[in-house]
Design a protein around this ligand. Structure first.
Ligand code: SF4
Length: 136
């Protein structure tokens, strides 16, 4: 899909994270620049659009943004998605002293490759695994 098509589509407006944190499973993705990181990003988008979770800004947690730290504290569940065994997203949470209710390392399921081209089949498979294991 090209940028113009994205701009033409009506956006799905989400609830604000800080208004719904207690009632939502918040999903935090590493968004790494490899297939596994980008699959993780799309899994976060898919879980959000399915109403299973709400994606929130993990970079803001790493930057010690007070509102985002509070969202992580108040979340019903924190679902943390790492692309690979470096576990950058989980380390952000650990360094911030925030609880992790469920974490996944996508490279356990999918070989890490230096490409940004990903497949929706992989995204759906990982999303289904998270839904089952984290009981979303
Ligand atoms: S966990 Fe892996 S893929 Fe994700 S940001 Fe860190 S190094 Fe990149």
């Amino acid at each position: 899909m090209c940028v113009l098509e994205v701009e033409a589509a009506k956006p799905k407006i989400l609830s604000l994270c800080h208004e719904v944190a207690e009632h939502e499973n918040m999903v935090w993705v590493c968004d790494g620049a490899a297939n596994v990181g980008q699959v993780g990003h799309e899994v976060g988008v898919l879980l959000t659009n399915l109403g299973k979770a709400r994606m929130c800004c993990i970079t803001a947690v790493a930057a010690s943004s007070k509102p985002h730290l509070e969202i992580a504290e108040r979340a019903k569940k924190n679902i943390v998605i790492n692309g690979c065994a470096n576990r950058c997203a989980s380390k952000v949470f650990e360094n911030a002293g925030e609880k992790i209710d469920y974490e996944i390392v996508i490279s356990k399921y999918l070989k890490k490759v230096p490409t940004l081209d990903i497949y929706m089949g992989d995204v759906k498979k990982i999303a289904q695994t998270i839904i089952e294991e984290a009981k979303l």
